[in-house]
Design a protein around this ligand. Structure first.
Ligand code: FES
Ligand code: MG
Length: 561
């Protein structure tokens, strides 16, 4: 490229076999859109805009896009906003099925369109992981930013928010404690502003992961969506993207082994979402980092729970933000982190933390290593005859008395089967039963967040609040309970979950990291021989997905990506 050749506009111009013609044609269309040669001489910064009426979490995305554009312009770049699909947890189920579609789309649009750097703006649960996956496969610099979390609401004097409290109040409604009028009042108070769920659910967890991995500028994970802090961070992000366009630092150079090791420490200390396990495995695989389930367990065993946020604790994301955000947590964890790691901001973590004060004694969200909120092991990886390739439990959000439990299985064939039968007054179930659900893994169903099965109504009405539940599904990061998830191999891939029958004994031993089906091997072999094959969806995305998706234990990306 000569001195006066436009930068971004000149990228990927081989499609006509005549680079000069391609540039000329692009310049002609851009002239028609109001851009002159001076504009086109600037670095092109793509901005992925995930605004959508189907995504209320992203309602303030337009304002954030404007801030990023302003930052790009201030720094002498040329912003180009482009759309991708937008995924909201309540409107695009099962979102896990579409995470990979968004990741593929983002990767391809960043490759196909001219840009010297790109800002990926997400927020709601699957968007940030999909964008990090795309980033790991990108040949241009990427900066990730998020719309920010909601602020908390109030019901009868009690603070509340999406969606840990959504579940808690719904459970109270199911048990008859909260009548129709009051549950409708709760419904109006759970989501009080735009933004992502304001607990340490998947969205907050993945924002914290993006910041810790160094793919987001420091301080970006926690500013609430309606805040000026959020807007100013957008401006900084836009400015920084221009600097990266001029002096590239590629995502693969940022998302190193050290970056993931740091992320695992932070994940364990936050009591973050179990979904983050799958997402980080997927991102690492694309970044060429050999991360395994055992790495999560190793780091978690050694890292206490430090953040007092729901669902593992009691507070909300805005409280974490006021206490100093992710940098305050990183400061507490400083001795356990790789301080040489350099993120998109261009400085090492050590340099960054040198200017971060320790969290103040006035706040109670970010605890210290000497005074943690909970013991190590918030996330545990289990293995055993029911999950030879691994399963995951968020021990910090489980009932301590159930972490060692043996009980008879009550088996549900699918999430639909569970929904049909759980409220049946004649269901033969006791609080000692282990609720087992299958056909909810990636191959079978795109891995819906169905793993946190509701307590059967008759037990809920009798005051039972938690039971051991086991499945190949995921659960929402905002959920709680003694829920074993992501059993691998999944039932549709012939995993032992497919072989469980009502009454079989299942044994959970979280301290021993075991989940076992206490049925002898000969009997299981006979049952296996009688298993029908899984019916693959005949066409479309679901066919491509079901035939190429990797197990959850490897990140559930498509095998060819
Ligand atoms: Fe969007 Fe919870 S539904 S973050
Ligand atoms: Mg969620």
């Amino acid at each position: 490229m000569s001195e006066d050749t436009p930068r971004g506009v000149a990228r990927n111009t081989s499609s006509y076999g005549d680079p000069g013609f391609s540039r000329y044609l692009r310049a002609a269309f851009l002239a028609g859109a109001g851009y002159d040669a001076d504009d086109l001489s600037r670095p092109f910064v793509g901005i992925a805009d995930l605004g959508s009426d189907y995504n209320p979490c992203h309602r303030l995305m337009p304002a954030l896009v404007e801030q990023v554009k302003r930052g790009v312009l201030e720094a002498g770049g040329l912003p180009f906003v482009f759309p991708t699909i937008s995924l909201h947890e309540s409107f695009a189920a099962p979102t896990m099925l579409y995470r990979n579609l968004l990741a593929m789309e983002t990767e391809e649009m960043v490759r196909a369109q001219p840009m010297d750097a790109v800002v990926l703006l997400g927020g709601c649960d699957k968007t940030v992981p999909a964008q990090l996956m795309a980033a790991a496969s990108s040949e241009v610099p990427v900066v990730v930013d998020v719309v920010g979390s909601m602020t908390s609401g109030s019901f009868e004097g009690e603070r509340l928010g999406a969606c840990t409290d959504c579940r808690r109040f719904w459970a109270r409604h199911r048990s008859g404690e909260l009548d129709e009028g009051r549950i409708r009042a709760v419904e109006s108070a759970l989501v009080t502003t735009a933004g992502t769920c304001m607990v340490m659910g998947t969205a907050s967890t993945m924002a914290a992961m993006a910041e810790t991995l160094g793919m987001m500028l420091p301080g970006g994970a926690t500013p609430p969506a309606p805040s000026g802090d959020r807007l100013r961070h957008g401006t900084l992000t836009g400015r920084r993207a221009v600097a990266l366009a001029r002096d590239p630092l590629l995502p693969r150079e940022v998302m190193t082994r050290a970056a993931f090791e740091n992320a695992l420490v932070v994940l364990a200390a936050t009591g973050g979402s179990t979904n983050a396990v799958i997402h980080l495995l997927a991102v690492a695989r694309r970044a060429g980092v050999d991360l395994t389930l055992d790495d999560f367990d190793r780091v978690s065993r050694d890292t206490p729970l430090l953040l007092d946020l729901k669902p593992s604790g009691s507070q909300y994301m805005e409280d974490l933000h006021h206490a100093g955000g992710v940098p305050a947590l990183l400061k507490v964890l400083e001795s356990r982190l790789d301080l040489d790691h350099v993120g998109v901001g261009g400085t090492s973590l050590g340099q960054h933390l040198a200017s971060v004060p320790p969290p103040g004694a006035w706040q109670t969200v970010v605890r210290t290593l000497d005074d943690p909120l909970g013991p190590p092991g918030a996330l545990a990886v289990l293995r055993g005859s029911l999950a030879p390739d691994g399963a995951v439990i968020k021990a910090s959000a489980a009932t301590p008395g159930l972490l060692r439990h043996r009980g008879p299985a009550l088996v549900f064939e699918s999430p639909e089967d569970a929904a049909r039968r759980l409220d049946d007054p004649d269901l033969e179930v006791t609080a000692d039963h282990v609720l087992v659900m299958r056909n909810a893994g990636p191959v079978a169903a795109g891995m819906p967040e169905a793993g946190s099965l509701p307590i059967p109504r008759k037990l809920a009405e009798a005051g039972v609040r938690d039971m051991v539940r086991v499945s190949d599904a995921r659960m929402s990061g905002t959920s709680y309970g003694t829920v074993v998830l992501h059993c691998c191999p999944e039932s549709a891939a012939g995993g032992p979950l497919a072989l469980v029958r009502d009454g079989d004994l299942v044994e959970l031993d979280v301290p021993g990291r075991r989940i076992d089906l206490l049925v002898d091997a000969d009997e299981l072999a006979q049952r296996r021989a009688a298993l029908p094959p899984f019916a693959v969806p005949p066409r479309g995305w679901r066919h491509l997905y079901a035939t190429t998706v990797l197990p959850a234990s490897q990140g559930a990306d498509l095998d060819f990506l």
